[in-house]
Design a protein around this ligand. Structure first.
Ligand code: ADP
Ligand code: MG
Length: 234
């Protein structure tokens, strides 16, 4: 399998007043196409910061990310945004649905951003949205607004949105972090099913024990560095 995502020497320092806060201290990793990787580590370890950099939502202070053969550090803001829109689906801990749009309209927002040559008629987009909502078990909630959905349902809509541009890479930052255990369980099963159905590449931030047990590969981050990887025996 070829490497879809490569990170080399990633550092990230936030300037806080007159002090520098060094959050990532030199991260190297590679994720193959079709792999699913869990990123684990204590709160404040830099998981979200790293995920944002891997998904072109943020830039590192030094080092580089190569995504699908594109060196993101060589791209300007617009080109980077385009790659992100086309190749990356992002699922956030707090869902980030737009409250004034219905579920199905939220799902197609990345298509609207993408624009372009494809048939973007409202009817076509609605059909596309429906088939994705069906995949995540939300077909009967198309017309609901986010405020009319439970947390688990909102996250399902957010997952459909992450998949709508058929990205190669899906990044999820503690997708079950705000859900009760039952909703979490359902969502993990959904991720497992999506992974085996789509064979996309997934990087999942989680400190959920259930995820850790199931995941084929786990990377542990601590104080801004990855710990040595121990191959899993199962
Ligand atoms: N935009 C920012 N500005 C300043 N500090 C930040 C910013 N984002 C994150 N941090 C700090 O970086 C550290 C790591 O944050 P984060 O990546 O969110 O950790 P995790 O997701 O592992 O809990 C934390 O100490 C946090 O306060
Ligand atoms: Mg985080």
């Amino acid at each position: 399998m070829s490497k879809l995502l490569v990170a080399e020497g990633i550092t990230k320092t936030f300037r806080m007043g007159r002090r520098d806060l060094e959050v990532l201290k030199g991260i190297d990793l590679a994720v193959k196409e079709g792999e699913i990787v869990v990123l684990a580590g204590p709160s404040g370890a830099g998981k979200s910061t790293l995920l944002h950099i891997l998904g072109a939502l943020d830039i590192p202070s030094s080092g580089r990310v190569i995504l699908g053969g594109n060196d993101l550090s060589r791209l300007g803001k617009r080109a980077r945004a385009r790659i992100r829109n086309e190749k990356v689906g992002f699922v956030f801990q707090f869902f980030h649905l737009l409250p004034e749009f219905k579920a199905w309209e939220n799902v197609i927002i990345p298509c609207r951003i993408r624009g372009g040559e494809e048939d973007n008629s409202r009817q076509k987009l609605r059909e596309r949205s429906f088939s994705l909502l069906e995949q995540v078990g939300m077909a009967d909630r198309m017309e609901h607004y986010p405020s009319q959905l439970s947390g688990g349902e909102q996250q399902r809509v957010a997952i459909a949105r992450a998949l709508v541009n058929d990205p190669q890479l899906v990044l999820a930052d503690e997708p079950t972090g705000n859900l009760d255990s039952r909703a979490s369980q359902g969502l993990l099963e959904l991720f497992q099913r999506l992974y085996s159905d789509t064979r996309k590449t997934f990087v999942l931030v989680s400190h959920d024990e259930q995820v850790a047990r199931w995941a084929p590969r786990i990377l542990h981050i601590r104080d801004g560095l990855l710990e040595n990887e121990v191959p899993k025996m199962n």
